[in-house]
Design a protein around this ligand. Structure first.
Ligand SMILES: [Mg+2]
Length: 179
């Protein structure tokens, strides 16, 4: 993929992880779900696993897929969260670099065509996965609370969103219950 916009264009854009059609993914041959953590599964730096997220994780497993959290956040925060949830994780992932995506796929013996990446950021989650040929799902950020570095990235992201919207990306309607 030579064009930047193609690297940034998600395959799907949904309000939250809860809106992901797990059966459709599984029926399409996907069996590994990689997910960002902060503002994708929970608000940034939240330590507790919400009951709804635990229930969602059970649905992922029941659908026949594995979940691996791939987060750029630091080791103890990510590992402790994943442990509570019961899933595996790769902390300090340095997305959009390919290493963490490749390590996650290797540890589940999954090919890019069998893998899905879910995240709330274009430049890290979507771009990193797209470059490897992984199917991508963008979600609206769970909260407005963010790391300062992410706030800076969001400024550039806004311009990218405009470019993508001109090429057909449609922002989903916000679900209720956002903090
Ligand atoms: Mg995030």
């Amino acid at each position: 993929m030579r064009n930047l916009w193609m690297e940034l264009m998600p395959d799907e854009y949904v309000p939250s992880v809860y809106a992901i059609d797990l059966d459709k993914l599984r029926d399409g041959g996907r069996r590994l779900l990689l997910s960002d953590l902060d503002n994708t599964l929970v608000p940034w730096n939240d330590e507790a696993v919400p009951a709804a997220l635990s229930a969602w994780y059970k649905r992922v497993v029941a659908s026949g897929m594995d979940l691996c959290i791939v987060s750029n956040n630091r080791h103890p925060r990510v590992s402790e969260f994943a442990q509570q949830l019961g899933a595996r994780a790769i902390p300090a992932a340095k997305k959009p670099k390919p290493q963490a995506f490749l390590a996650a796929m290797a540890s589940f013996d999954a090919a890019p065509e069998q893998t899905v990446m879910v995240g709330d950021q274009l430049f890290t989650d979507i771009r990193g996965a797209r470059r490897l040929g992984i199917y991508t799902i963008l979600v609206l950020p769970v909260s407005n609370r963010e790391w300062w570095g992410t706030r800076l990235t969001r400024l550039a992201e806004r311009a990218a969103f405009k470019m993508l919207e001109r090429r057909g990306l449609v922002r989903p309607i916000q679900e209720g219950g956002r903090e």
